[in-house]
Design a protein around this ligand. Structure first.
Ligand SMILES: Cc1cc2nc3c(=O)[nH]c(=O)nc-3n(C[C@H](O)[C@H](O)[C@H](O)COP(=O)(O)O)c2cc1C
Length: 176
């Protein structure tokens, strides 16, 4: 029998990732979503990917946008990750932003910024895989925010990695 959704999610969560907020703007408005499905894909051409659940309210914006911003979050940006993962929240209030040279929406103080254009949208089961061509990149000094087994690292209070997986700050995932 195939594993059920709860078990799949639990086991998938053992793969530690960074956290990014992807942004887009189209005629339908502005969208920003926390993702941990971001991955580099190709150097020539320069491609990256992330996947968005089909139930995401802002999916149409990403499918139409001319420019997509990828903001790789720094360790101190847990609040921004939480804000952009909360359905129905005013994700943009109090979020310090700028527009990059290629027109993508960028979040201040991120660990790295990528400005992209959509390359291809590919079927990924209950998700859509967005493959994007990278137009410009910038990295800043600092440490990454990470996600592991349903919680953020580093933990609040800055304790070390010896408790990984047992006491990482838990979050309730808004993903379907
Ligand atoms: C750490 C973390 C990683 C997430 N990664 C993804 C992801 O890769 N793809 C996705 O569709 N949703 C992901 N989510 C959930 C979305 O952020 C959330 O459903 C979304 O912001 C809701 O947006 P909406 O208001 O446009 O529907 C993640 C949430 C968290 C906390």
């Amino acid at each position: 029998m195939p594993p059920d959704d709860v078990e799949l999610r639990r086991v998938f969560g053992h793969f530690a990732t960074g956290v990014a907020v992807v942004t887009a703007q189209s005629g339908e408005g502005r969208a920003g979503v926390t993702v941990n499905s971001f991955s580099s894909l190709s150097l020539k051409p320069p491609l990256v990917l992330f996947s968005l659940t089909r139930s995401l309210r802002s999916l149409p914006v990403f499918l139409e946008a001319g420019r997509i911003g990828i903001n790789i979050l720094a360790a101190g940006q847990r609040d921004i990750s939480h804000r952009f993962a909360t359905m129905g929240a005013d994700k943009w209030a109090d979020t310090p932003l700028s527009v990059g040279p290629h027109g993508a929406i960028l979040i201040d103080d991120a660990l790295a910024h990528l400005e992209c254009e959509r390359h291809e949208a590919v079927d990924g089961g209950d998700h859509v895989i967005l493959i994007c061509r990278v137009l410009d990149v910038r990295a800043n000094p600092g440490d990454p925010l990470m996600f592991y087994r349903g919680g953020y690292l580093p933990e609040s209070g800055g304790r070390g990695g010896s408790t990984l997986g047992r006491s990482a700050d838990r979050v309730t995932r808004a993903r379907s």
